[in-house]
Write a new protein. Structure first.
Length: 258
């Protein structure tokens, strides 16, 4: 009798909890599965933008006639930019010619480069992203133009509520990845990351967790697949998550299959 009662309570608790998480999932990013959970990063369009965003106190006294000493944040900007710039060509998708590259990244979004002694074309570096700054695994990587085959943000969604989707063009603009106050980029891994340009450059943004890993060298030549967006509030209204301990009910909350 006791055993049956426990099973009944457990089942009831599961149903109730599942319904609750399904509703909360509309507004909580942390309800995404661990493998697709959003992460935080910072996106900068240039080294100068990062330097301006991190002006601040420094213990080094100024010297007359010399450039102002860098703040700790500015010194970190220089290191992050140098790392991203150094890995850009090595990690970027590579193409045999400009037209192949532009078919994936858009007109005038690619440049020639030399890799392992061969002439190739790679998507241009439009800025850099800094991730994992607080967990001891800090890394930076080049921001590339948004991929033409990326997942567009559906009506009512933004890259904040649906990390990994591409912001639509601004009204009257044919350039993708710049909808409203948002500007979208891609990473060498094929993820889409975006930033709300109406906010301070130093503000953290939500990106797919898979986009935050250190960029890996890519020796193959040819197009890569765009990663699907990893989370959508709208798609979680009737599902629970495995992170909350509710078995396999509604494990997938992805807006598209990977």
């Amino acid at each position: 009798m006791k055993r049956s009662h426990a099973i009944f309570i457990g089942a009831t608790g599961l149903i109730f909890a599942g319904a609750y998480v399904g509703q909360v999932g509309k507004t909580r990013l942390e309800d995404a599965p661990a493998a697709e959970a959003p992460a935080e990063a910072r996106l900068y369009t240039s080294l100068d933008e990062c330097m301006r965003a991190h002006q601040g106190w420094t213990s080094i006294p100024p010297v007359s006639g010399q450039p102002a000493p860098l703040s700790p944040g500015q010194a970190q900007c220089q290191r992050d930019f140098a790392d991203a710039n150094a890995s850009h060509v090595q990690a970027a998708p590579k193409f045999n010619n400009q037209s192949e590259c532009e078919s994936q990244y858009g007109a005038q979004q690619c440049r020639p480069a030399t890799f392992n002694g061969s002439s190739v074309f790679v998507p241009a570096m439009l800025g850099f992203m800094v991730a994992n700054a607080l967990n001891g695994q800090r890394n930076s990587q080049a921001l590339l133009p948004p991929m033409r085959n990326g997942t567009a943000c559906p009506p009512g969604q933004t890259p904040e509520t649906m990390p990994g989707c591409t912001a639509p063009p601004r009204s009257g603009s044919s350039t993708s990845g710049s909808g409203g106050g948002w500007r979208s980029y891609s990473t060498s891994s094929g993820h889409t990351v975006s930033r709300d340009t109406s906010k301070a450059a130093s503000s953290a943004v939500t990106v797919p967790a898979g986009a935050t890993g250190a960029p890996a060298a890519r020796s193959s030549v040819g197009a890569i697949a765009a990663r699907p967006s990893s989370y959508s509030r709208a798609s979680t209204s009737s599902s629970t998550t495995s992170r909350s301990g509710f078995g396999s009910i509604g494990r997938s909350i992805s807006s598209s299959s990977s």
